[in-house]
Unconditional design. Structure first.
Length: 156
C-alpha cells in the first residue's frame, strides 16, 4: 500500500494542527527531568495523560516530516540514511540540552516530542542502510556473469 504524497502531507499538517490545538487546551508543564526519556517513565506520563497525547501526536508528526521530505530523493539510500542519522542525533542533543540547561527556547512538550521522534528515526535509518547494502550487493553480484561452461569445467 503506497500512500500518495499529497495525503501524507495533509496527515503531517493535520497532526501538527491537532497537537497545537490540544496544547492550547492544557497548561504547559514545568517538570525538572534529568533526560527527555525520563518522561516515558509510566509514573510520569500517566500522571499527565493529556500532555502525553499531545507529545505523542507531535512526535509522530516530527517523525514523519523528514521521511516525507526524503521521499523526494529517488534511490539515494545511503544519503537518506546519513541525513536521518544526523537529524535524529541533533534532535536528541538539542532536546537534552533544552532540558538540562532549563532554557525556554522551545517548550518542554516540544523537547520531549523532538527526543522521541529523533529516537524513532533510527528505524528508517536502519531500513535505508539495509536497503542500500542489499541493492549494492545485488548490483555487485549481478555484474559477475557465470557461464555454464565454467560450471561444466569444474565438475571434471
Amino acid at each position: 500500500m503506497k500512500i500518495q504524497k499529497e495525503h501524507a502531507f495533509m496527515v503531517i499538517v493535520g497532526f501538527f494542527l491537532l497537537s497545537y490545538l490540544l496544547e492550547n487546551i492544557v497548561t504547559p508543564l514545568s517538570l525538572k527531568l534529568p533526560t527527555p526519556y525520563s518522561y516515558l517513565n509510566p509514573a510520569v506520563f500517566t500522571k499527565y495523560p493529556f500532555t502525553t497525547v499531545v507529545v505523542i501526536i507531535r512526535a509522530i508528526s516530527l517523525f514523519l516530516t523528514p521521511l516525507f521530505l526524503l521521499s523526494f530523493l529517488p534511490e539515494a539510500h545511503f544519503a537518506k540514511m546519513g541525513i536521518l542519522l544526523i537529524v535524529g542525533s541533533l534532535g536528541q542533543l538539542y532536546s537534552l540540552q533544552q532540558l538540562i540547561s532549563g532554557t525556554t527556547l522551545i517548550p518542554f512538550e516540544w523537547a520531549i516530542s523532538l527526543s522521541i521522534a529523533g529516537a524513532l528515526l533510527i528505524i528508517p535509518t536502519i531500513w535505508f542502510a539495509l536497503h542500500g547494502f542489499f541493492l549494492l550487493a545485488k548490483t555487485k553480484i549481478g555484474d559477475r556473469q557465470i557461464s555454464f561452461e565454467d560450471l561444466d569445467d569444474d565438475e571434471d
